[in-house]
Design a protein around this ligand. Structure first.
Ligand SMILES: [Zn+2]
Length: 327
């Protein structure tokens, strides 16, 4: 990794139990010792974070602030423990509040939403149960923590002796934030932009019951364009190596998503299909959790295509069928 980070900023690689591998946790030294993300609630992560802090001469109790980029357990799972040890303030986008503060209830709400959505997408009931069981098992890698302040788009946070601007970049998660330092042209990109993995903008329930479901892939693509227009020399992501060619990587990702949307559209040539059927066509053999992620991804592309007027859908007996719109 290049050594062009500000002297007050460190990156720690913290292990996770997830296929994505380790998560990057950032430490900003200065008046308010700040962690940006913490890692999952997972013993190897706990040990690695304590050891990394100790190497800089700190203990968990010295942390004054915790900035959480989004409420996925690989990034926020250990937050409650850090707060218990330190009394640190917890700052994040307000859209992350429910999943952080009301962890159990919000998880139940989301699991019910996903079960309904998968049913509507044509997933067989036994597979829905499997996904539900596996997702429930992942619950242990995080726990409830109360945010103490909100970070909204355009806010600034002081790291070291510099102001960083908060960018709300919904997509991978609705509440995802990046931090941007314009003078240094540095972007803390979290999972909005990863060098070696295309971040999956996972479908999410509306904030409040009765509202329309957010179109995460549509939002994600808009936020990718926004980030590509910023002057950025280096992006510091939530996983994997630093990124030195942000516009090039964004162009590559946009092309990838456009190609997928085209493949989804081509798969609708002959007959109407469900999102689940489309996922089987595009990704024939997957385990249940990856099947769920594939269906979620297909729904994202159908959202994009629907907005372009390229596809239409119809619900029959509770199952949604997609077809190509008449030209
Ligand atoms: Zn992540």
């Amino acid at each position: 990794m290049p050594d062009t980070l500000p002297t007050y900023l460190r990156v720690f690689s913290i292990p996770t139990p997830f296929p994505v591998g380790p998560v990057n946790v950032y430490l900003a030294e200065g008046d308010d010792l700040t962690l940006i993300d913490v890692g999952p609630r997972f013993e190897p992560a706990r040990e690695a974070l304590s050891a990394a802090l100790a190497e800089r001469g700190y203990a968990l109790r010295d942390v004054r602030r915790l900035i959480i980029t989004h409420a996925h357990s690989d990034h926020c799972g250990m937050a409650a423990e850090v707060v218990d040890a330190s009394g640190a303030a917890v700052l994040t986008h307000s859209l992350n509040f429910p999943l952080l503060a009301d962890y159990e209830d919000e998880r139940e709400r989301r699991l019910a939403f996903y079960a309904d959505l998968m049913r509507e997408s044509g997933m067989p009931p036994e597979e829905i149960l499997q996904v539900d069981r596996l997702r429930r098992g992942m619950g242990r890698f995080a726990g409830p923590v109360k945010p103490t302040g909100a970070l909204e788009d355009g806010d600034t946070v002081r790291l070291g002796d510099e102001d960083w601007r908060v960018l709300h970049t919904p997509g991978h998660a609705g509440g995802l934030i990046c931090l941007y330092q314009p003078r240094r042209r540095l972007l803390l990109s979290s999972d909005h932009l990863l060098r070696d993995i295309s971040s999956n903008p996972i479908v999410e329930p509306p904030e409040r019951e009765g509202e329309e479901r957010p179109r995460r892939l549509v939002e994600y693509l808009a936020q990718l364009r926004r980030v590509a227009e910023l002057p950025v020399d280096m992006a510091l992501p939530g996983h994997g190596p630093f990124i030195t060619d942000v516009p090039g990587l964004v162009a590559h990702r946009m092309e990838f998503h456009e190609q997928r949307s085209r493949r989804v559209l081509e798969s609708l040539q002959d007959s109407p299909r469900t999102a689940y059927d489309l996922s089987l066509l595009l990704f024939p053999s997957l385990d249940p959790v990856n099947r769920f992620l594939a269906v979620s991804e297909i729904i994202g592309h159908l959202d994009v295509l629907e907005l372009q007027g390229a596809v239409i859908s119809e619900v029959r007996d509770g199952v949604r069928f997609w077809s190509k719109a008449a030209q």
